[in-house]
Design a binder for this molecule. Structure first.
Ligand code: ATP
Ligand code: MG
Length: 443
């Protein structure tokens, strides 16, 4: 039953004039009592297939005519080059077999009008039917783009001798603050779902020196924005003998590599989604400027945005700041009071920490958060104390610093956010197969 020929290959001209067998799903159908047109789709594309009653006989013709949208079929026929058809080819059917029929009492619910009314695919109806919505061209393109983004991240790090490393998902302590921790009952105790791989990666830093992961992180985000999920995919890296600047070089490197990979592998999908490829090329080809937090605050104040020194930048502020950026910008040196204990204070001015966020343009905002870690035992104890964080869950983290601490740092990149920004999606939900937010864990 294995499939030999994909529609994409036929549309690229690989089978002109040949008699072939195609396996796929009915995407559209129309015709008369004598001639029937089916647009067949598979994972690689669509092709028009034409059946004439006189060629295939009454029984097959009636079966095809009764095949509703999303019926699975095996169709044999001859490939014709035809400029007028979508993709430049059509298949003249000589036989067809229905594999998985669709009951007329229960037709495929995702219709073009349902999607047109759905305002970018976000309505509850499409989310309720996400398992079926995945088959639409829009979602198929998104999922392929997503796959290329994952591949690009792995390639970037592996090509630079980083080791892929896994951390536990059940943890005892927070990385990003208690308010977004998911608590899970754990045999009479409390555990949490991890918000980040970082603390456990730092433990392996003296062993591996350059390490990375792509794994889910969990955050109980109450504020629903177009860039927050409760379960998201997090690409994180940690590198020994490195400071904030060295880490930023990799952040810029990986994002530019992702943009370049999408142009190489997924231009067709991006264009079908209406994405301007010149913008993506800009993100691949040009360097990313760096700006200090203080300058960003002044810029925002100059734009009339209400912000005080010491506040972290939330989505509403990043949106204003990045509206006119032509490429992503790093924001560095946030105030110490705005960042958790593991950020290393700047020895030149300890009011600040050696950290960075990478903010994507077009009003998108943060896609990376990273920096240099507090790496000496004495400094980490001071930071934990000043923050009032309980020590117990972090004993292992402190311990790592007792034996040969070295300067090191890393970052976390939101993979879904990068997909969403580069694909030009309206909402982060559009780029993950089954999005999770505060209101939805189904389907
Ligand atoms: P934000 O301020 O937007 O909530 P954050 O400062 O909490 O982000 P970090 O803790 O620095 O984010 O996490 C590293 C990266 O992980 C972020 O830059 C972002 O790309 C991604 N990320 C964080 N939270 C989410 C989320 N809820 N959904 C999707 N991606 C996220
Ligand atoms: Mg957050």
């Amino acid at each position: 039953m294995q499939k030999d020929i994909f529609i994409g290959d036929v549309q690229s001209g690989g089978h002109d004039g040949q008699r072939i067998e195609l396996k796929g799903w009915v995407n559209r159908a129309r015709g008369s009592n004598k001639i029937w047109f089916i647009v067949l789709r598979d994972s690689t594309g669509r092709i028009q297939c034409v059946a004439k009653r006189e060629d295939i006989g009454d029984e097959s013709f009636e079966a095809l005519k009764g095949a509703l949208i999303e019926t699975s079929v095996v169709i044999s026929g001859t490939v014709n080059v035809d400029e007028r058809s979508e993709g430049g080819h059509e298949l003249i059917i000589d036989s067809a077999t229905i594999i998985g029929p669709v009951n007329p009492d229960n037709p495929f619910p995702i219709t073009e009008s349902a999607m047109a009314n759905a305002d970018g695919g976000e309505t509850e109806f499409l989310l309720d039917n996400r398992h079926l919505y995945l088959r639409t061209a829009r979602m198929t393109h998104m999922l392929k783009i997503r796959s290329s983004v994952f591949g690009a991240i792995h390639n970037y790090f592996r090509d630079r001798d980083f080791t892929e490393y896994q951390a536990p998902n059940f943890v005892a302590g927070a990385v990003e603050g208690g308010s977004t921790l998911f608590e899970v009952p754990y045999f009479g105790r409390k555990a949490y779902l991890t918000q980040s791989w970082q603390l456990y990666a730092e433990a392996a830093m003296p062993a591996l020196e350059r390490l990375y992961t792509i794994a889910p992180s969990f955050r109980a985000e109450k504020s629903r924005t177009r860039r927050h999920l409760t379960e998201f995919w997090h690409a994180e890296m940690e590198i020994a003998w490195a400071g904030n600047d060295d880490v930023m070089v990799h952040g810029e490197g990986v994002v530019r590599h992702i943009a370049r990979t999408l142009l190489d592998e997924r231009s067709d999908e991006l264009e079908s989604l209406g994405r301007d490829l010149d913008l993506v090329a800009n993100y691949a080809d040009n360097p990313y400027p760096r700006m200090r937090y203080d300058e960003a605050v002044e810029t925002l104040q100059g734009m009339g945005v209400k912000i005080e020194w010491g506040q972290d930048l939330d989505y509403s502020k990043e949106k204003v700041l990045t509206q006119d950026f032509d490429v992503p910008h790093f924001l560095t040196h946030y105030p110490r009071i705005a960042k958790p204990f593991y950020h290393r204070p700047d020895p030149d001015d300890p009011k600040y920490v050696l950290c960075h966020d990478l903010l994507a343009p077009e009003g998108y905002g943060e896609i990376i958060g990273g920096g240099e870690r507090t790496w000496s035992e004495q400094e980490i104890l001071e930071r934990i104390e000043e923050e009032g964080t309980p020590r117990e869950p972090y004993e292992f983290y402190i311990d790592v610093r007792k034996y040969g601490g070295v300067p090191h740092g890393g970052f976390g990149l939101g993979v879904d956010r990068v997909c969403s920004w580069l694909a030009g999606a309206e909402h982060i939900r559009e780029v993950i197969p089954f999005p999770r937010d505060s209101r939805r864990v189904t389907p």
